[in-house]
Each structure stands twice: as structure tokens, then as C-alpha cells.
Design a protein around this ligand. Structure first.
Ligand SMILES: Nc1ncnc2c1ncn2[C@@H]1O[C@H](COP(=O)(O)OP(=O)(O)O)[C@@H](O)[C@H]1O
Ligand SMILES: [Mg+2]
Length: 295
């Protein structure tokens, strides 16, 4: 096991540079079995990134694809709940930590599976909590790197990353990954959301991975600006609109994504169509895996 930096006093013969390159090699080896890595992003919170991630994962699992989901939202993790693996124990095997599989076979890794209780927040170890914010960015990046590297994902057709809100988060994640196949940007029909989502699209376009497109979620909830117009103005594909449907909340809260619980409803049909468009882009090579940074 490589040391963590808190174990290292001085360099003490630890060969930090060697450990870092070993970790990069392990991540590359781990992700070599993953055919596509897709990040779901939005600068805005509460727009449905996690709901979309869970439902896309379910759509592809129902088609027989091998799907993994990494909950990259360390402070507000929801993937374990939405995919029905909350409270499952993590099992450490020779290959790493086995990600629990939900009913549909989606493999999930989330900070939620590591925190000791329902109301325990994620608190970083630092001499004082006041100091912890100085290290938070680095520690979060490190935790995500460990999640990616130490999880025994196995062979996957697609690994979905559910990102936290914040326009800059994608930069951190993209810089960790040897490859990123594409990003999906989520908005809701509101001016405030569009304001922030525009910035996310700019960042996604710079991430050295194709922007697979924009999804408008909660369509019909309020009479806001059109997601299709936003996508056209930004020059990215518009993937579709998912109507506001309280059944979507109810089903994901119960750990069964709507597309599995009620495949025939309008919102599910919209989600299946989005999954088909993105899935086709990924398999046709329309969105080739690209290096997010030099090897
Ligand atoms: N299309 C929708 N219809 C109804 N409720 C939705 C829809 N999309 C998301 N929600 C609900 O909105 C809330 C926020 O969604 P979530 O996926 O957690 O957003 P984010 O990950 O962007 O913060 C959740 O309670 C979710 O169930
Ligand atoms: Mg979320």
C-alpha cells in the first residue's frame, strides 16, 4: 500500500515521486477496462444531475451494458440512495474495494458508503477545522483519485461520474483522469440556472473531452427560457427535455430509478431517448476517449 502524505515525515526515503507515478499507472490499468468515462455536470445544484446520472445508468443497465457510477459529490452524496445500495457494506478483496451492485447491476462507489452514520458530514482530518479548508481541494481530489483507483470496477462499458455543483469541479476531475470520453451538461428552464450553466458549458468545452450535449430537466415546472436555445447558442447538441414529474423523485428516493419503476411514463421515455443518443455517440466513436492531459 502506498503511504498517504500524512504518513510521510520529510521524504524519509519514501520516494514520493515514485509513488505518484505508481498511482498514475494503477489508475490507468484500472480504467483500461472501462470503455467510456462520462461526467454529468452543471454549475448549479438541485437541477437533477444526480437523478439524471441514476436514470441514465439504469437505462444502460436495462440494455445489458455494464455500468459503474462514481459519486463525485463527496459532501452531498446521493448515488447510493438513488441506485439502491445505501447501507451496503464495502468488501475489500485482492483487487480493491468491490463496489456494491444495485438491483439493476449498476456498480456504485460513494462517500455515502464510507461515512459512519446518516447525519455524519464529511470532515477532513486537519489540525483544526479552521485549517481544513486550506486543504479541502487537495484532499477532495485525493479522495476521488483513490475512489477511481482503489475500486474494483471490473470491465465496464461506461463509468458515469456524478459531479457536485460548482463550475470548477470538472477541472479537478478531468485533471485526475487519464481519459474522459465526454460530458453531459444539465440545466433547468430558469434564467438563474442558465446564467451558471453557460459558465459550465465554457469549462466543459475546455476539458479536452467532447461535450455530448445539454439536457433540460424539470421541463414544465416553470415557464423559463428554453434549453434547446441555450444549446444552440452555445453550439452544443441538445439531448432532450425531461418533464417535471414527482414520480421521478419518489422512485429515486426509494432506490429504484424511474426508468425501471415506470418505463412507460413520459419522463422515462425522454430519459431512454437521451440514453440512446448518448450511448450511440459513445459506441459510434463519435465521442472518442481523449487524453485529458499528457501521459
Ligand atoms: N424531472 C424531475 N421531476 C421531479 N423531480 C425531480 C426531477 N429531477 C430531479 N428532481 C428532484 O429534484 C431534487 C434535486 O435533484 P438532484 O438530482 O439531487 O439534483 P443535483 O444532483 O443537480 O443537485 C431531487 O429531490 C430530485 O428527486
Ligand atoms: Mg447531486
Amino acid at each position: 500500500m502506498p503511504k498517504r502524505y500524512r504518513d510521510i515525515a520529510g521524504d524519509g526515503g519514501s520516494n514520493i515521486a515514485g509513488q505518484v507515478s505508481e498511482q498514475h499507472a494503477r489508475m490507468r490499468a484500472r480504467l483500461a477496462e472501462v470503455r467510456a468515462v462520462v461526467a454529468v455536470v452543471s454549475g448549479k445544484g438541485g437541477v437533477g444531475k444526480s437523478s439524471l446520472t441514476a436514470n441514465l445508468a439504469a437505462c444502460w443497465a436495462l440494455e445489458g451494458r455494464r455500468v459503474g457510477v462514481l459519486d463525485a459529490d463527496l459532501n452531498g452524496p446521493t448515488m447510493a440512495t438513488m441506485l439502491g445500495v445505501r447501507g451496503r457494506r464495502l468488501v475489500l478483496g485482492a483487487e480493491g474495494v468491490a463496489p456494491p451492485e444495485g438491483a439493476l447491476g449498476v456498480r456504485v462507489m460513494s462517500m455515502d458508503l464510507l461515512l459512519p452514520s446518516d447525519d455524519a458530514p464529511l470532515v477532513w482530518e486537519a489540525p483544526t477545522q479552521a485549517e481544513s479548508h486550506t486543504w479541502r481541494g487537495a484532499m477532495e481530489a485525493n479522495a476521488l483519485r483513490e475512489f477511481l483507483t482503489d475500486t474494483a470496477w471490473g470491465a465496464l462499458d461506461v463509468l458515469l461520474l456524478d459531479l457536485p455543483p460548482g463550475t470548477d469541479r470538472l477541472i479537478t476531475v478531468a485533471s485526475l483522469l487519464p481519459v474522459l470520453s465526454g460530458t453531459i451538461v444539465v440545466t433547468i428552464p430558469s434564467d438563474v440556472a442558465h446564467l451558471v450553466v453557460r459558465k459550465s458549458i465554457t469549462i466543459a468545452a475546455q476539458a479536452n473531452a467532447p461535450v455530448l450535449g445539454l439536457v433540460e430537466n424539470m421541463t414544465g415546472l416553470f415557464p423559463g427560457p428554453s434549453g434547446a436555445d441555450l444549446a444552440r447558442d452555445a453550439g452544443i447538441p441538445f439531448l432532450g427535455s425531461v418533464p417535471f414529474d414527482p414520480a421521478l423523485t419518489a422512485s429515486t428516493d426509494l432506490g429504484e430509478p424511474l426508468v425501471a419503476a415506470a418505463p412507460g411514463c413520459e419522463a422515462s421515455r425522454a430519459l431512454f431517448a437521451i440514453a440512446a443518443t448518448v450511448g450511440a455517440a459513445l459506441t459510434s466513436g463519435g465521442a472518442p476517449a481523449r487524453r485529458a492531459r499528457p501521459a
